[in-house]
Design a protein around this ligand. Structure first.
Ligand SMILES: Cc1ncc(COP(=O)(O)O)c(C=O)c1O
Length: 355
């Protein structure tokens, strides 16, 4: 197993690299991939470091032809002392395994993902923004690289981690389009797997939202088109009275790690959080009764984003411009960046040191 990196493989900070605040998300990629391959007959290879520019995916692979690809998105942060840690890598590893099983791909062992993630951060340590000003986003991707045009589970796969230096997400307020016609996931489908097919199924909804002047789409349930699911890349929380409600993990939405962290942080602070279905009529009724509070979305990329509106072309739900979004965002930022001590036993593994 790889323990250390060769000096020649440490990515330097390029002279034209932007200030952390100008990095945005997903645009400034690191020059290396950390990788391991899997062969049905021999299992996982030792980890390696490859120049990203040299990476090739065959056109005839299961990944390109049939979408046999699953991925994760997690972040590495600097703490106030400048040390780097990963946020909830074990939870991300477990979700990658679940996604892989759903698509009949080999589930990478947790320690393999940890080794590759640590290595990816070590190699790109110079690109990790200073404390409080951003993060290094890791994109572990498992894909079928075997060339075969017949449809079957593949015998050769690769797990590869690309990284991107990102700004700290700035507070934003979103208007969401509740898509009334298209569906993205149904019970028994792929909604809970983090796989390209879900995003391919969703891109038209995002387009339709943008054409109508909204920022993102909200997917509704496939049967009745009334119950909230999730946004394009975020889980949803809405406040009615003093309670926060988030749709349940029914297999049609992603089990967001940020969602899970937010539920834990809210409950620790005595806020009642319900994981239950919530439909558009309930929100409209709460609005009429003056009970509708704020709403927000959660995700690794944007942390917490306030939601001002959910509309479907005939109705418009307007959330209050108050509520917990800012508080939750700052609690989470402090936890993610290592500014607060994690006392809860259940949180002990949330931050994992890189070196
Ligand atoms: C469809 C979808 N839902 C929810 C989320 C939020 O998940 P997490 O908090 O683990 O980033 C994401 C982000 O990756 C997503 O793509």
């Amino acid at each position: 197993m790889y323990e250390r990196t060769d000096e020649t493989q440490l990515a330097p900070l390029p002279s034209d690299w932007p200030e952390p605040e100008a990095l945005g998300f997903g645009q400034y990629l690191g020059p290396y991939l950390t990788e391991a391959s899997h062969r049905a007959e021999s299992g996982w290879s030792a980890p390696s470091i490859t120049p990203r520019a040299a990476s090739q995916v065959p056109v005839a692979s299961g990944a390109v032809q049939y979408g046999l690809s699953v991925f994760e998105g997690l972040k590495a942060y600097r703490d106030p002392s400048g040390n780097i840690h990963l946020f909830r890598p074990h939870a991300h590893a477990q979700r990658l395994q679940a996604s892989a099983r759903r698509l009949c791909m080999p589930a990478p062992p947790e320690n393999l993902l940890m080794t590759l993630s640590r290595l990816a951060v070590q190699v790109h340590a110079a690109l990790v923004p200073p404390y409080g000003r951003g993060s290094l986003y890791l994109r572990p991707t498992l894909f079928a690289e075997e060339e075969c045009l017949g449809l079957r589970a593949a015998a050769r796969h690769r797990l590869s981690i690309a990284v991107s230096a990102c700004s700290d997400p700035q507070p934003k307020t979103l208007r969401l389009w509740a898509e009334p016609e298209l569906i993205r996931a149904a019970p028994g489908g792929l909604g809970a797997a983090k796989t390209g097919a879900n995003y391919a199924a969703g891109i038209a909804g995002l387009q339709r939202a943008r054409e109508r002047g909204y920022d993102d789409v909200v997917w509704l349930d496939a049967h009745t088109h009334t119950q909230l699911g999730e946004a394009g890349t975020m889980n949803l929380f809405v406040q009615i009275g003093t309670e926060l409600i988030t749709p349940p993990l029914d297999g049609t939405i992603l089990a967001g790690i940020t969602r899970d962290s937010v539920i834990a942080l809210l409950r620790e602070r005595g806020v009642r959080v319900l994981e239950q279905t919530v439909d558009l009529d309930t929100l409209l009724a709460a609005q009429s009764a003056g009970m509708l509070g704020g709403a927000f979305g959660t995700g690794t990329a944007s942390r917490i984003a306030r939601i001002s509106t959910i509309g479907d072309g005939t109705r418009e739900i307007r959330f209050a411009n108050r509520g917990l979004a800012e508080d939750v965002g700052s609690w989470l930022k402090q936890v993610q960046e290592g500014r607060v001590t994690l006392r809860e036993a259940s949180h002990a593994e949330w931050r994992v040191a890189v070196s």
